[in-house]
Design a protein around this ligand. Sequence first.
Ligand code: NCC
Length: 276
Amino acid sequence: GPKRSGPELLCQLKEKVEVTTLTPELKPFSSLPWLSLLPPRPLTSDLGPFKSCAVVSSAGSLKHSGLGKEIDTHDAVLRFNSAPTSGYEKDVGTKTTLRLINSQVMASDDHRFLSSSLYSAGILVAWDPAPYSSDLAEWYNRTDYPIFQQYQKYRRLHPQQPFYILHPRMEWQLWDRIQENMAEPIQRNPPSSGLLGTVLMMSLCEVVHVYEFLPSRRKTELCHYYQRFYDAACTLGAYHPLLYEKNLVKRMNLGPDRDIYTHGRVTLPGFNTFNC
Ligand code: NCC
C-alpha cells in the first residue's frame, strides 16, 4: 500500500526493477546489421562495483552550492543530458564517470550530440520513453525519438567511447513501483532521467549520494544550473512523475534531513549492501 516504509521501498526496487542494458543477442537486435555496435555485455557486468557514487541532478539549486569538491571525492559521478562541468566546477565538480542522456537530447539539433565535446567524457547511457509493456521489437519500430539512428552515428564517430542503451523494461518496472506506492493514479509517463540514473547507480555502488534532486535551501525556479531559464515545472515535474519520484526518494533516504536542507544531499544504499 501507499504507506510502505523506506526499507520496504528499497527492497521493492532491488527485487522488482531489473537494471540492464541492450546486448546484441536480444531480439530484434540479433538480426540487425548494426548489432556489433552494441556492447557485448550489459553495463552492470562491465562496470563497478564502486564504493561511493554521486548523482548530480541538473537543478538550478546547484548554482552557488560550492558542492564541486565534495562531488569529486566520489569514486564515480553520474551526470545528465547536456549538463556541463566546464565553467561550473566549483558547484558541480569535474569528474564524469557516466552520463545518462534521453533520446530527445540525442536527436535535437540544439544539443549538437554528434559533434559537441560535452559528451566525450565518461561512459554514455541512453534511454528513450518506450511504450508501456511493449516488447523490444515493437519499441524498435516506434521509438519516441530516433535513438537507434543517432546511436549508430555516434558509435561510428566515437568508436572508442563506451556507450550503452538502457533496456526499456526498467522504465516501466520503476514506474510500477512509483504507482503502487501512491494513493492516487499517476500519469503513465516514464520516470525522469534523475530517478533512472539513481537506480542505475544503486546497482553499481555501495553508497549513492544524490545532489539537489530533493531541493536544498537554495531551491529556486531556475530550471538548470547552466541556463538562464525559469520554470517551476523543472523541479516539480510536468511530463515525468517527478513529484512522486521525489516522494519515494525522500522515504528511502538514510541520511539526516539536515543534509537535504544544507547540501541537497540524499544518501541511498547500494542494492548489494542489504538483504530483503
Ligand atoms: O532537465 P533534465 O531532465 O535534463 O534534468 C536532469 C534530471 O535532473 C533532475 N532535475 C532537473 C532540474 C530541476 N530543476 N530539478 C530536478 O530535479 C530531474 O530528475 C531530471 O531528470 C530528463 O529527465 O531527461 C529531463 O530532460 C529535459 C530535456 O530533455 C533535456 O534537459 C535536454 O534539454 C526535459 N525537458 C524538456 O523536455 C523541456 C525534462 O523534462 C526532463
